[in-house]
Design a protein around this ligand. Structure first.
Ligand code: NCD
Length: 302
């Protein structure tokens, strides 16, 4: 595996090996060091956790890191992304972590780059966010390793969510027992990769072991999409009352950033069932495992 673009490129054994490797890094196993493999982050969309998580992961692996400031880069002078990547590669950058609003851009870049270059997708439009799905399943499996007996619910603005796409693909690879996709009709997925769609919050959460709540992604709405936040909240917000539809100790997760008092209430986001900060913590280890796998090949996963 040369690039990390989308979940469908991974076999189940590869996913399991990455999860195992991330968990052992978290448990203190020795970090491989790659001081000769510089990494650049290229974020054309806002980010706090994903960019910093990759930055920290690469630094823990001893990699030199360059965070390209798009606003002040030569792209403001009209340079194409491909030329930016080729220019940085000529300076010796080997790994490119890219987030962009154009779905499919990471694969395009991967095809253009020469030998020895690794492209990692940190979110492309509404298409995919594979490292987020990996760290989410790491968080679930730390608590509940038998996925075949689990019901997982993904709740909210699924239509605009690249995270929801990658989660569905990973749930399929890992044979999750039941996946419920809960959204009002206007935010239901146009393509379902795995799971069953419902507009009933009560039915969707009934018996759920895990709830993954999504942000209302208004910046990805197309013109004409309207949103009545008050009625959305009334019917779909994760509150103390609606959380009780799920199993008693159901895990509450959210890829972040969370919009408090929109899709999730404080007492749920900060409550005893919340794993939101564990997701963030695990993200660094998951990205270390992925980078290490790309650089050293699958042997590093032993
Ligand atoms: C997500 C993203 O950017 O797709 N955030 C993240 O990377 N943790 C989800 C979102 O923006 O709502």
């Amino acid at each position: 595996m040369n690039h990390f673009i989308e979940i469908s490129q991974l076999s189940k054994p590869e996913v399991m090996a990455l999860l195992k490797s991330a968990l052992s890094l978290k448990n203190g196993s020795i970090c491989p060091q790659y001081p000769a493999i510089p990494l650049a982050t290229l974020f054309y969309e806002n980010s706090t956790r994903t960019r910093i998580s990759f930055d920290l992961a690469a630094k823990r692996l001893g990699m030199p890191v360059v965070n390209v400031d798009i606003a002040t880069s030569s792209e403001a002078k009209g340079e194409s992304i491909i030329d930016t990547v080729k220019t940085l590669a000529a300076m010796g950058i080997k790994c490119f972590v890219i987030r962009h609003k154009e779905a499919g851009l990471p694969i395009k870049l991967a095809k253009t780059c020469g030998e020895g270059i690794h492209v990692i997708n940190a979110g492309d439009g509404m298409h995919a966010h594979p490292t987020q799905a990996m760290l989410d399943f790491m968080t679930i499996m730390e608590q509940k390793p038998d996925l075949s007996s689990l019901k997982i619910a993904i709740l909210g603005d699924i239509r605009h969510s690249r995270v929801a796409n990658s989660l569905q693909c990973l749930a399929a690879t890992l044979n999750v027992g039941e996946l419920s996709l809960v959204a009002p009709e206007q935010w239901q997925p146009t393509v379902v990769h795995y799971g069953t769609v419902t507009d009933s919050l009560r039915d969707g959460l009934a018996g759920a072991d895990v709830i993954i709540c999504l942000r209302v992604q208004s910046e990805r709405f197309s013109t004409g999409d309207t949103l009545d936040l008050t009625s959305y909240r009334k019917a779909y917000a994760l509150t103390k009352t609606t959380l009780a539809y799920a199993k008693k100790e159901a895990m509450v997760m959210h890829p972040g950033p969370i919009n408090r008092s929109v899709e999730i209430d404080d007492e749920v986001a900060d409550g005893p069932q919340s794993y939101i900060l564990q997701q963030v913590q695990n993200g660094v280890f998951m990205r270390m495992a992925i980078l290490s796998h790309l650089i050293s090949g699958s042997d590093s996963l032993a």
